[in-house]
Design a protein around this ligand. Sequence first.
Ligand SMILES: [Zn+2]
Length: 162
Amino acid sequence: MQELTAPDIRASFVNADDRDLEVLDLPADLMLVDWFHLDFLAWRDPSDRGRCYAIVELDGDPTGIVLRAALSSARAHNGICNICRTMQPGNQVTMMSARKGGEAGRRAESIGTYMCADASCHQNVRIAHPLAPNEFRANVDFRIDSTARRMREFVRRVRDAD
Ligand SMILES: [Zn+2]
């Protein structure tokens, strides 16, 4: 994706209010981000584990959303992240909710999905691991592409809610 500065990131959010932008902490390693190889940027707020952010490109424009982890989301059993489809222990997949953009957001409506609690989806599908005998490189590429597509679709749903 195109390189984003701190002001670009702050300007990209479609569902953030003034308070959200006030408490937002940028990724600690923003200077080290390899933008060229990034499909989307997602991170957990370094100072508040209950808040995550995701920025994708929609029609060429950086588009960000604020996500909040549901407080009562601790589950004993494993769960699957709806973005990267990785199976995780129960406490590592959490219900994240995003306030809808625009008019719906002002009515306090939100959209939720189960997601990796540490917003690690982008890395999860890229973790180098030996291919299983029946697995092909194309399968890994497919997982990477599908993860990026699902994240874009989720952000689009939040932005275009009405
Ligand atoms: Zn995930």
